[in-house]
Design a protein around this ligand. Structure first.
Ligand code: TGC
Ligand code: FAD
Length: 394
């Protein structure tokens, strides 16, 4: 039966198609607990962190206590939540700030996931429980200074020396690098690309922070340098050889990003809706102009389609049916959506839109990174193009 107009006015403007109501009770509980954390602990401090270019490390124990680190992994102290729950975690965290979601993405999908999927039993026992508790922080080194879009052309290499490996090379733009206790680094070997665990303090390894960013200022980004770093054989991930190792980690993280950016867009639209109702120009609220309503409706349309895309992707992932090109389509669509929404919200706030008093400019600046990392928009478009045509244009 179609709902009456009176019922329709009760729709949540940030969830017009009632995605929330199609979640299980457990999924709703996960969303609510992360939303509380964001409201109570992230939103009060995040703008200052952004202005001061610092990552709020004090949040790590809180994130760990809620089971948000490695939340979709089974065993080893991890929560074993389903894919939709992981998506909701990302969405709520990114409603706070993309930098907080980035921290959790890298720890969970890019560092714990490869150890869980490709590591030895000893590696899993050694690292995963402590990473889930937030006692050890991880980072993921794939991108290199000469070009991140084509990781097959990797220069960092690892050579066998007796029972050890010697790693030499450099990585660039690495989230969490300077605060990480361990790095999963990908290097070319004579057998193909392999992953290695390099611990902080290993001789020849350095992770200086990249300063002067205009984006993701509440997140740590670093370079990684490996100057003939020696690691034992037991630090190599035995379970995978080739580019599919790092790319399958990216599939996990990109899936989370497709949900995360919805939270950033919702935060922008929520603030703008309040503003357009109270701001009076030409003797009427801004919201009483057709041009403004059309722009608000356009944002709601984009957010709604992104929500439905991610929910369906999550259900596919939970059934084991999700493919990398579906993830590419969702990462591309949803990042583009969130960036467009944030930029338009910034514009509709007028001069106030450039003030730190309002969230859109912070989200907008963050989203310039999010649309670039984990595969640029172009890379994902070409991935979908390859799926459609069967022809690689890379
Ligand atoms: P291609 O021939 O397509 O694939 C090589 C092998 O990998 C397999 N494969 C995948 N496996 C799992 N998941 C995926 N998404 C996969 N995509 C491909 C593929 O089946 C093949 O396996 P096999 O067994 O046949 O060898 O490789 P290509 O060289 O043509 O490259 C394709 C391309 C361009 C799509 C890929 O290089 C790419 O994705 N480039 C973008 C790189 C990127 O996204 N870097 C991200 C770095 S990490 C990061 O940004 C973290 S930010 C985190 C934060 O702060 O939140
Ligand atoms: P390039 O690959 O040099 O691309 C430059 C431009 O060329 C882009 O617009 C791209 O779309 C375009 N382009 C590339 N190929 C083609 C083509 N075939 N046709 C048309 N156009 C093309 N990496 C990690 O490994 N770990 C991390 O933790 C991590 N965190 C990050 C955090 C931040 C804040 C940022 C900004 C980046 C991070 N990255 C990380 C790196 C990120 O994944 C790369 O920046 C990204 O993959 C793009 O690589 P690049 O910057 O070298 O750009």
């Amino acid at each position: 039966m179609t709902k009456s107009h009176a019922d329709l006015t009760a729709l949540d403007p940030l969830d017009l198609f009632g995605v929330r109501r199609s979640l299980s009770e457990d999924e709703q509980m996960v969303q609510d607990s992360v939303a509380r954390l964001v409201d109570d602990k992230v939103l009060p401090i995040i703008q200052k962190c952004f202005e001061e270019h610092c990552f709020p490390k004090s949040l790590i124990p809180e994130l760990a206590a809620l089971g948000l680190l490695g939340s979709s992994l089974e065993g080893y102290g991890c929560a074993g939540l389903n894919a939709v729950s992981y998506g909701l975690i990302c969405q709520e965290l990114e409603r706070g700030d993309s930098g907080i979601r980035s921290f959790v993405s890298v720890q969970s999908s890019l560092c714990m996931y490869p150890i869980h999927a490709f590591g030895s039993e000893e590696q899993k026992q050694k690292y995963l429980p402590r990473m889930a508790r937030g006692e050890l922080i991880g980072c993921f080194g794939l991108t290199e200074p000469h070009g991140g879009s084509d990781p097959a052309n990797m220069k960092t290499h690892a050579k066998r020396r007796g029972a050890d490996w010697v790693i030499h090379g450099a990585k660039m733009w690495i989230t969490n690098g300077a605060i990480a206790d361990l790095c999963v680094v990908w290097a070319q070997t004579e057998d193909g690309i392999r992953g290695f665990i390099v611990e902080k303090g290993t001789k020849g390894f350095a992770a200086p922070e990249i300063e002067r960013k205009f984006s993701l200022r509440a997140s740590i980004t670093s370079s990684l340098f490996f100057d003939n770093v020696v690691v034992p054989q037991e630090n190599m991930l035995p379970g995978v050889v080739g580019l599919k190792g790092p790319l399958s980690c990216l599939t996990q993280a990109r899936y989370g990003i497709s949900w995360g950016v919805i939270g950033a867009a919702q935060a922008c639209l929520a603030q703008l809706l309040d503003y357009t109702k109270t701001r009076e120009l030409f003797g009427r609220p801004l919201a009483k102009n057709q041009a403004i309503q059309i722009r608000l409706a356009e944002m709601a349309r984009q957010i709604t389609t992104a929500q439905l895309l991610s929910l369906q992707l999550g259900r596919l992932k939970d059934r084991g049916e999700m493919t990398p090109s579906q993830v590419s389509l969702a990462k591309w669509n949803n990042c583009r959506m969130a960036l467009d929404v944030a930029r338009d919200c910034r514009d509709m706030l007028g001069g106030a839109g450039i003030s730190a008093e309002y969230v859109p400019i912070r989200h907008m600046l963050n989203l310039e990174s999010v649309i670039t990392y984990e595969g640029t928009e172009t890379i994902h478009q070409l991935t979908v193009g390859r799926e459609l045509t069967g022809i690689s244009a890379f």
